[in-house]
Design a protein around this ligand. Structure first.
Ligand SMILES: Cc1cc2nc3c(=O)[nH]c(=O)nc-3n(C[C@H](O)[C@H](O)[C@H](O)COP(=O)(O)OP(=O)(O)OC[C@H]3O[C@@H](n4cnc5c(N)ncnc54)[C@H](O)[C@@H]3O)c2cc1C
Length: 170
């Protein structure tokens, strides 16, 4: 887990009260007040305590320092899934600073070396004939539908690359 957003118990109670018929402007006021009480921790892991099947408290641990702290809490939002996990490629394909694979027009400068006078196709990485689709490529939409759609697009683009290889057989 990479980050934990915690809504303290008082704010959670206030938010749930407002959902039972309060006017919209009153709800906005409650949300604004609740927002001031939201704590955001990044690069943490957490464990939870519950009482009678309700969240009662969480303990967060900073993954860099190992520091632990315990907080009473009624609500918890978990934000995960924002790491590309491309380390295993060992630098074989160009990435942005966060590790997402560069494709198409985002491949620039020295990363174009393998293309000689050509340019990568849409979704094609810094290595001709290797395509990246879905969350792993830099600038992707990060939605299921777009990941599936890009997969089907890549099939068509692979055919296009095979018909016009960057390094035709000499
Ligand atoms: C918490 C959360 C909520 C989301 N909610 C929504 C939503 O409501 N609607 C929506 O449209 N999108 C949502 N998304 C985004 C959506 O899940 C992704 O955009 C989509 O799953 C991307 O598909 P993908 O195939 O690119 O990647 P993934 O679905 O992540 O698939 C990649 C696969 O590759 C595998 N893998 C990774 N490394 C290796 C390796 N070295 N060798 C072999 N396999 C490997 C992984 O295990 C995984 O199965 C959400 C994402 C998260 C994290």
């Amino acid at each position: 887990m990479k980050a934990v957003n915690l809504i303290p118990a008082d704010a959670a109670r206030a938010s749930s009260r407002s959902a039972t018929g309060a006017a919209p402007f009153a709800l906005i006021g409650v949300l604004a007040a609740a927002l001031a009480m939201v704590a955001v921790w990044t690069l943490t892991e957490r464990s939870v305590e519950s009482k009678q099947r309700e969240l009662a408290a969480i303990t967060v641990e900073d993954t860099r320092t190992g520091d632990r702290s315990r907080h009473d809490a009624k609500a918890l939002f978990v934000f995960i899934g924002a790491s590309p996990h491309t380390e295993w490629l060992g630098g074989q394909l160009a990435t942005d600073r966060a590790g997402f694979l560069l494709t198409g027009r985002d491949v620039q400068g020295d990363d174009l070396a393998e293309y000689e006078d050509e340019r990568p196709l849409f979704l094609e990485t810094s290595r001709p004939g290797i395509f990246a689709v879905g969350d792993v490529h830099s600038g992707s939409i990060k939605r299921v539908a777009s990941a599936v759609g890009e997969g089907s697009m890549a099939v068509r683009l692979v055919h296009q690359r095979l018909a016009a290889p960057v390094h035709p057989a000499r």
